[in-house]
Design a protein around this ligand. Sequence first.
Ligand code: M6R
Length: 612
Amino acid sequence: MCGIVGYIGNQKASPILINGLIRLEYRGYDSAGISTIEKNSLSIMKDKGRVKNLYQLEGIDSLTGTVGIAHTRWATHGKPSQENAHPHMDNSKTFSVVHNGIIENYHELRKFLIDHGYTFYSQTDTEIIPNLVHYYYSKDTVSDDLKFLRAFQHACSDFKGSYGIEIICKDYPDQMIVTRKDSPLVIGKGEEENYVSSDIPAILSFTRNFYLLNDFEYAVLSRNAISFYDQELQSIAKEVKHIEWNASSAEKDGYEDFMLKEIYEQPTAIRETIGAKFSESSHCVFDELPFTKEYLATLNRIYIIACGTAMHAGLAGKNTFEKLCKISTEVDVASEFRYRNPLVDEKTLCIFISQSGETADTIAALKLCKEKGAKTLAISNVIGSSITREADYSIYTHAGPEIAVASTKAYTSQVMLITILAIYFAEILECNQNVITPLKKEIMELPKKIEETLTLAKSIQDFSKKIYQEKDMFFLGRGIDETVAKEASLKLKEISYIHSESYPAGELKHGPIALIENDMTVISIITEPNLVEKMISNIQEVITRGAKTLVITNQEIDANLFDRMIKIPETSPFLSPILSIIPLQLLSYYISKEKGLDVDKPRNLAKSVTVE
Ligand code: M6R
């Protein structure tokens, strides 16, 4: 969590930094701050709350420095407040630091520094960083070009935990140094100016040329050069990567919110994700994957590990791998999987899904599976993200940058990609050819069907006006529809703050039906042809107890049975999660708008969860 930006060049740094912070606000919005080098002294301006509080601060316009660092915070250690906001300086005001991550041994380091005469003014773990750097800096008697870097590296070697750090020093006014461990950080290369950011979209309007830093590496940025060093401060070479995303993909482009824009981008995201991986008459191709029939045939199971929405995409993957490839597949939440001593060995294929590729628990689970000898495959939306650098193999969704905290186009693209992956496996294993040919045809038609589904927006918006004041809702489904119910319920909770439960419809009468009250809204998804009758019976049970019912279906069902029925286009049951979630994404969006909430930045959340 937290977003960091840095700039070194010939322009005034503060507007560039604030621009970057606005784009990174989805990573946390408890406080924001910037620090620039102003005539050989360091300035800091920071405040509690959103970035807009920062740029309204008196005096911010008078900053003229051309080197600076900035931060938007998702609070971990220390409540959201002005004094806990980043940047933090050391006692002598020589160093200024922003940090994304957690220094786990900060208690110990803080005590060490207090014993050596340092004073702390915040409750954060971060404040130890500039002070420890100062401690080593003041002990170094050699004054040369590398003294600042040496002191920083010395301090970092004491840290346990995760960090993406930017540091500037008043004695080195033409430098900025950055490093990372288990926290994202990219370096943008410009013309006589360079940038740092937690992610690519935040600085995409300035450059499309990026360097990726590995754990424990350092970059020293000046206006005209960037030098890289390994953990031991040996100089290393890095290749610049050119990113194809265009700058407008990180803009709202006339939409009121990123979430709405991203919902409407789903036809394109799915088209791009399908790409040229197959045609109706040719087998699927994943050039980056080495899997053979022998390897797949000896697998004892596939594990799919992820968090939140990405985990829900994994549930759709389980259904497809088991039905299409006949490989037993388990799905687990990364934060649970890690601690259950999972049954993983060299005959297990472990697939990790992460839009950002930076989710701490998912990365830790991946490392565990590697230790246990399993092959690891990452599915991510971000090229070069941490997860893709850790995994044995990586494949990408091509959803474009997803900025809204609530995931929409990433989810449908993940379901799409994992479905194509399952087809690829089934083709290698030579099973279910009769199912695969019509499924491929359906995949090609899917973007058009998504467009058709999006035309339901107006009627969904009207319906949202009737239910936005509810306190509780239920989402029901059976089979694959139950996985969509889970995702719909998560979406509603996170952006509308309405409590909701998702349940397998047949399980309701084993307890939760006691919660059904007069006028409560129950939303059901019915796309599995063989489960239609069963679903209708379950819905009758809640109608009898006074519930209002909304049904999302692609089946021929009598609409009069429910208060409201929304018909979506028919497709293969393997693909139905991609269509049936869309009206429910829209419903959550419009409920949130009706309640006047900040759709893109729901309270307490951050887009990338880079702490465990
Ligand atoms: O970047 P990731 O896909 O690893 O993120 C996983 C979850 O944090 C994420 O899907 C989260 O649940 C979304 N906010 C849901 O909309």
